[in-house]
Structure formats: structure tokens, C-alpha cells
Design a protein around this ligand. Structure first.
Ligand code: ZN
Ligand code: ZN
Length: 268
């Protein structure tokens, strides 16, 4: 089985390896590189470029550092949901890189399955309530900001957390945030697992024309025709899957016509 070099400090290998074994790869973690120099969630180091860029950079670095042909990079991103902006939203990217063919294949999974949250606590009771809703101790909670003397990413039991928070509260309100590093966030680890399954599926799907791996980049095609007036509507008509290497397109038609209630002309 070819080796897939994974650049991570946060023990993601366990979440990935069984899915990628199904695509024929053995995952091997590349040690000795500080991925935090590429950006951290707590902002000690700002991340450059997009989430896709960041995952691709890690995958490429993994091949350079390991000497392997194939590399894997993982990058998460968290914030308010893109629809209403009221609930937390997570997105995970995995990038697979073939250093010989200079090819990238991406897998993206996103959704509201995250404990991503922050607060300023004025009392231990407030901190306790936050930590409970964050899923502590199974999930990590970070105390303070990186520039503050009581900053800690290392509390992993209630006793330590209380000691750190009470120490910080002696100087005023304390900033708390959920730890989004994968090894301290099993909810995130599960989403990375789903992202790996999707990537594995892509890597097992060759282009029907040129047989390149990673056939599955799907884009929507709009314009189903109105049954009454025959004009194209803005409704989804088909899905197209395009090969990134040879440009071969496979179309799956979902519906050719829609009722006039879906027509912009008959029912504006
Ligand atoms: Zn119409
Ligand atoms: Zn192709």
C-alpha cells in the first residue's frame, strides 16, 4: 500500500486511517514539524490564505518532509453559521497531494456539529457553566488569551481548570474558549473522520475517460423548464461531475421540467 504522509501535531491519524486504508493508503504521521507556525486557532500565529490553501500547504510540506509521493493536510475552520449567523458552524478540509503528478484532491465537510464558543467569565460559577456546555473534560477549554500570564491550553481536569480560572479571576474577568485542536475536541475529530470517508470515496473513484483518481467534483446546473410556458427556471436541473485533469463531464439529470409554481415568469 502506498504511504500517505500526514502533517499534524494533533493526533488526527486515528480519525483518518481506517477510511484511507479503504482507498489503499497507509497513513503515516510526519513528526518534528511545528504546524503551529502555519497558524493557530488561539491567534498566537495568524493563518495566511484560505482554508483550502492551508490544507494544501500542509499536504505539500508532508511530502517534502517525508520524501513520500502522497501527502495529506487537514485544516478546520470555525465561526458563525453562514445562513443566519446565530449558531456555531464548523468546516473541515482534507487535501490529498500527489507530488509526482502535482495533483490536489480536496474533501470538504461542514455543519453545525461543533462546540465552538467563547465567553468572558466574571465568576467561577460562570466559568463552570461554560465549561460544562463545552463538554469539558472530554473537550478542552482554553483559559485566557495568549498574551496573558494565566493563559493555559493544558487544563484537562476540573481541579486544574478551577485552579487556573480562580487564579485569573483574582485579576479580573477571564476569557474562556473551547479548544478546537483535534486531540482535545472529539466532536471535531468525528467531523474529520467523515471528511476522510468522503476523501477516500473520491480517491477510489477514477475518471471514466482518463482514469485519474479523485473524480467527484460536483457542480449544480440550473434551468429546469416550466411546464406551462416552456421558459427555463432557476430550479436545479442536473448535477455535473467534472474531471480536474482531462475536463471530462458526466451529467446526472434530476428533472427536466418544473410546475409553473416554480417558474419566475408564471409565478414571479
Ligand atoms: Zn412558466
Ligand atoms: Zn479525466
Amino acid at each position: 500500500m502506498p504511504t500517505l504522509a500526514l502533517l499534524t501535531q494533533h493526533a488526527k491519524q486515528a480519525a483518518l486511517e481506517s477510511a484511507l486504508a479503504e482507498a489503499g493508503y497507509t497513513v503515516e504521521t510526519v513528526h518534528g514539524y511545528d504546524t503551529d507556525t502555519l497558524g493557530t486557532f488561539t491567534g498566537e500565529v495568524a493563518r495566511r490564505g484560505t482554508q483550502l490553501d492551508a490544507a494544501a500547504t500542509k499536504a505539500k510540506l508532508a511530502t517534502q518532509l517525508s520524501g513520500q509521493r502522497y501527502g495529506l493536510g487537514s485544516e478546520g475552520s470555525f465561526g458563525p453559521d453562514p445562513h443566519v449567523g446565530l449558531t456555531a458552524w464548523a468546516s473541515e478540509v482534507l487535501a490529498w497531494w500527489d507530488a509526482d503528478e502535482k495533483r490536489l484532491v480536496y474533501s470538504v465537510v461542514q455543519g453545525p456539529e461543533t462546540n465552538y464558543d467563547q465567553t468572558t467569565a466574571n465568576t467561577w460559577d460562570e466559568a463552570l457553566a461554560f465549561a460544562k456546555s463545552a463538554g469539558f473534560e472530554r473537550h478542552g477549554v482554553i483559559v485566557g488569551r495568549p498574551t496573558e500570564p494565566h493563559f493555559s491550553k493544558a487544563c484537562d481536569n476540573w481541579c486544574q481548570l478551577e485552579k487556573h480560572v480562580r487564579g485569573a479571576l483574582a485579576h479580573g474577568p477571564v476569557w474562556l474558549e473551547t479548544d478546537m485542536r483535534a486531540h482535545r475536541n472529539p466532536t471535531r475529530m468525528a467531523m474529520i473522520g467523515r471528511c476522510a470517508e468522503q476523501l477516500s470515496q473520491l480517491l477510489r473513484t477514477p475518471c471514466p475517460a482518463c482514469h485519474s483518481t479523485g473524480f467527484g467534483e460536483v457542480s449544480p446546473i440550473y434551468g429546469a423548464v416550466c411546464e406551462a410556458c416552456g421558459e427555463p427556471s432557476s430550479a436545479l436541473k442536473a448535477k455535473a461531475t467534472t474531471c480536474a485533469v482531462c475536463g471530462h463531464v458526466e451529467q446526472e439529470v434530476l428533472r427536466l421540467t418544473v410546475p409553473p409554481s416554480r417558474c419566475d415568469y408564471c409565478n414571479p
